[in-house]
Design a protein around this ligand. Structure first.
Ligand SMILES: Cc1ncc(COP(=O)(O)O)c(C=O)c1O
Length: 442
């Protein structure tokens, strides 16, 4: 019997699960054993409709044949090649293909293995860029309250979710934060971008006045914040942030780990908002979540600033053993082929109106205090149980799984981000599950 088959719910103690209430989970495990297209199969054989694209990553749906075949073929041909001082053809092919779908101006790609690594790579790239140009006093990094940029030290330092920060000491020095943009009293039940709050970008001017622009390397924001419970930028906010960064020579980094690869109905959020940052971080959808991979895009201006010293010297002292791993590259190429053949990088735009109406039909259901949406992202904010934050939404998550839908909750917010292959019928099904769950929970 293989090890896999020997694992039973009585044998769960060794695995320390990430971002999970381990003791609670192990008393009543929720196990997934297979997946196809829009559905998981649970260990009891039930089909579970995937309302979250796994963890915002399986944009093309599950077990897609092109991706599976590409991985199988690559594993049999070239399993691994050293990432440093050696190359292999498909990593160069993939970089070119990615540049082709990226926003204009994003001309170079640095590979990582996750969103967290992409973020730390981008922050290091920004710091080293200024230093390479002889502007090495620019060492400050500016994030935003409620931001999520993964779990590595750079990411939690610029991030703004208190539970992800408070246990881990002093983090990086020289970091400041913009205020978050969540204004429920003005913007609740907004469809798409909220009307109010663009002026919050001006807080960057306050931070510049405090520290002086000559000390600030970069600002990093999620164009649409996901993990904090879906915060959509107010109209004009990102444009303002871009203007202020440009005015002061500060690099603007968009963390597109969840918005990259079609989530908003455009290839990237930068396309959706018409704002071009200097660096874009991605992961998740780049390889459809199938094999870990991340990709950091940057402009030629940034890349070329490194290409100046003696040619035999390494220009950027950074990289990972698995940067551009051949099997991950094959998965990403299979993913890009699937996106292209099925028009998935823009399919969200066709469905966004239907999705919006379906989500907002939940207004008035028990516990609901706000609904917000953009592209194929939706959030339903619940009134928390006094004294027991997160409990109500977690009940909803468990009940939804029992009914046959995978939803995601953060705080007391239900966040939905289905694979981009979802049909209108499946949108109805997903929303009906949520409606029934809201009516059943305390
Ligand atoms: C915006 C953003 N950045 C970074 C990350 C971290 O990605 P990973 O979990 O692959 O390290 C996430 C994950 O959800 C994310 O949403």
């Amino acid at each position: 019997m293989s090890n896999r088959l020997k694992v039973t719910p009585n044998d769960l103690s060794a695995f320390w699960m990430p971002f999970t209430a381990n003791r609670q989970f192990k008393q009543a495990p929720r196990m997934l054993v297979a997946a196809q297209d829009m559905h998981y199969t649970a260990s009891d054989g039930r089909k579970i409709l995937d309302g979250t694209a796994g963890l915002w990553c399986v944009n093309a749906g599950h077990c897609r044949p092109k991706i599976t075949a590409a991985i199988q073929a690559q594993a049999a041909e070239l399993d691994y090649a050293p990432a440093f001082q050696m190359g292999h053809p498909i990593v160069f092919e993939l970089a070119n293909r990615l540049v082709d779908v990226a926003p204009a101006g994003m001309e170079h790609v640095f590979f990582t293995n996750s969103g967290s690594e992409s973020v730390d790579t981008a922050l290091k790239m920004a710091l080293a860029y200024h230093r390479a140009r002889g502007d090495g006093a620019r060492t400050r990094l500016i994030g935003r309250e409620r931001g999520y940029h993964g779990v590595n030290f750079g990411g939690i330092s610029v991030g703004g979710i208190v539970n992800n920060r408070k246990m881990f000491g002093t983090l990086l020095g020289g970091v400041d934060h913009l205020p978050h943009t969540h204004l429920p009293e003005k913007n609740s039940y907004t469809r798409g971008e909220p009307e109010h709050g663009a002026e919050l970008a001006n807080e960057l001017e306050r931070i510049v006045a405090l520290h002086d622009a000559s000390t600030i390397a970069a600002v990093i924001v999620e164009p649409v914040a996901g993990s904090t419970g879906v915060l959509i930028p107010p109209k004009g906010y990102l444009q303002k942030l871009r203007e202020i960064c440009t005015k002061h020579g500060i690099l603007l980094i968009f963390d597109e780990v969840i918005t990259g690869f079609g989530r908003l109905g455009t290839p990237f959020a930068a396309d959706y908002f018409g704002v071009t940052p200097d660096i874009i971080t991605t992961a998740k959808g780049v390889s459809n979540g199938v094999i870990p991979m991340g990709a950091v895009f940057c402009t030629s201006q940034i890349h070329d600033a490194f290409m100046t010293g003696p040619e035999h010297l390494i220009e950027f002292f950074h990289g990972y053993t698995y940067s551009g791993n051949p099997i991950a590259c094959a998965a990403a190429l299979g993913t890009l082929d699937t996106y292209k053949e099925e028009g998935l990088l823009t399919r969200g735009a066709e469905l966004a109106g239907y999705w919006e109406d379906a989500l907002h039909s939940l207004k008035g259901e028990p516990h609901v205090i706000d609904i917000r949406n953009i592209g194929l992202i939706g959030a339903i904010e619940l009134q928390g149980i006094p004294g027991s934050p997160t409990k109500r939404a977690f009940q909803a998550f468990v009940k939804a799984f029992e009914r046959g839908a995978l939803i995601r909750t953060t705080g007391d917010i239900i966040a939905l981000s289905p694979p981009l292959i979802i049909t209108k019928g499946q949108i109805n099904e997903l929303i009906d599950h949520v409606r029934e769950v809201l009516r059943q929970i305390d």
